[in-house]
Write a protein that binds this ligand. Structure first.
Ligand SMILES: Nc1ncnc2c1ncn2[C@@H]1O[C@H](COP(=O)(O)OP(=O)(O)O)[C@@H](O)[C@H]1O
Ligand SMILES: [Mg+2]
Length: 283
C-alpha cells in the first residue's frame, strides 16, 4: 500500500523499529561495504552527534526495505557491488527466477539533495518540492524510475525499470555474468563507430520527440557498451522538454556525445544542424 506518491513510506516505520538492524542484508553487505559505512559514521559522529544519529536511522530504513525484499523473495541474493559513487551505489543481485538485476541505492545526503532541488524545480511532474532531505532523495530515485519507464516505453535502449521503493531502485542488469558492461569512455575502438554514433543520436532524438525528455547528463560516462550497442543509464536528472533548462541540457548532451566521437576520430556532423533536427525546427 503506497501512502503518497512521493514515495515516503511511514507505514513500515513501526515494524522497522521492531526489526533488528543486524539482519540478513546487513550481514550480506558486511563484506562489501560495512567498513566504509562505519568509517563514514565515525567521521560524522566526530562532526556532530545529532547528524550521525539521523544518518544511521536512514541506513537502517534502507536495510529494512532491502531485507524485506530478500525475505519476500523479490530478491534472492546480493552478489556484489558494481559501483560506489558519490550519490549512489549500484549492486548486482539476483531477483525473482534468479534473474540478474542491478540495484541502485541513493545515499541520503544533504549536499546532494541541495543540487537535486534545481532539477526538480521547474519540472511540471513535481508540483510540491519537499524540504526534508530524505524525501528529496526518494523523489529523485522515483524520478529516475519514471524517466526510465518513459524511455523504455518509447522503445529506447535503457535498462528495464523493475521496482522502486524510497531510495532503492531495481532495474535490468546490463552485463555478462558477473562482468558488468563497460562504459563507453573505456572503449577506444568501438567496432562500428559511425553506426554507434547514429544510434546514440537516434536515442537523443526519440527521447526528445517521443518521450519528451532531455537526458541532461549524457556522455560516454553514462552510456554502457553492451553487445556492441549503446545502453543509456543514469537518467535521474532528465527533465521534460518543457523544463526551462531543457534546451541548455540538450545542447550540452549533444556536445558531450560529439566530443567523444571526435576524440576517437569519427567525422561528426554539424552539431547545430542536429540540434535543430531534434527540436524539429528549421534554422
Ligand atoms: N543497469 C546496470 N547494469 C550494469 N551496470 C550498471 C547499471 N546501472 C549502473 N551501472 C554501473 O554503475 C555505475 C554507476 O551508475 P550510474 O547510474 O551512472 O550512477 P552514478 O554515476 O550517479 O554513480 C555505472 O557507471 C555502471 O558502471
Ligand atoms: Mg553515472
Amino acid at each position: 500500500m503506497e501512502k503518497k506518491n512521493n514515495g515516503f513510506i511511514d507505514e513500515d516505520e513501526e515494524e522497522l523499529e521492531r526489526e533488528v538492524s543486524n539482519d540478513d542484508f546487513n550481514k550480506k553487505l558486511d563484506d562489501l561495504e560495512k567498513k566504509k559505512i562505519d568509517s563514514i559514521r565515525i567521521k560524522k559522529i566526530d562532526q556532530t552527534k545529532k547528524r550521525a544519529t539521523v544518518d544511521s536511522v536512514f541506513d537502517e530504513r534502507m536495510y529494512f526495505h532491502v531485507n524485506k525484499l530478500l525475505k519476500t523473495g523479490r530478491l534472492n541474493r546480493i552478489e556484489g557491488i558494481i559501483s560506489a559513487g558519490k550519490e549512489a551505489n549500484v549492486y548486482l543481485a539476483y531477483g525473482e527466477n534468479n534473474r540478474e538485476v542491478a540495484i541502485k541505492i541513493y545515499k541520503i545526503d544533504s549536499n546532494t539533495s541541495r543540487w537535486m532541488r534545481n532539477y526538480i524545480i521547474g519540472d511540471p511532474r513535481f508540483k510540491k518540492i519537499p524540504h526534508n532531505i530524505s524525501k528529496i532523495i526518494f523523489l529523485w530515485a522515483g524520478k529516475e524510475f519514471k524517466n526510465l519507464k518513459r524511455a523504455y516505453r518509447a522503445g529506447l535502449s535503457v535498462p528495464e525499470p523493475i521496482y522502486i521503493k524510497n531510495n532503492i531502485l531495481i532495474m535490468e542488469y546490463i552485463g555478462f555474468g558477473s562482468i558488468p558492461a563497460p562504459k563507453l569512455k573505456d572503449i577506444k575502438f568501438p567496432k562500428e563507430p559511425i553506426k554507434l554514433l547514429n544510434e546514440i543520436l537516434g536515442f537523443i532524438k526519440i527521447l526528445y520527440q517521443n518521450a519528451n525528455l532531455v537526458h541532461g547528463d549524457l556522455s560516454e560516462f553514462n552510456i554502457l557498451y553492451h553487445n556492441q550497442k549503446p545502453i543509456v543509464i543514469d537518467i535521474s536528472q532528465a527533465v521534460t522538454t518543457h523544463h526551462p533548462k531543457a534546451e541548455v541540457y540538450l545542447v550540452r548532451d549533444i556536445k558531450n556525445v560529439f566530443n567523444y566521437f571526435e576524440k576517437i576520430g569519427v567525422e561528426i556532423p554539424n552539431p547545430e544542424d542536429f540540434y535543430y533536427e531534434v527540436i524539429n525546427l528549421d534554422k
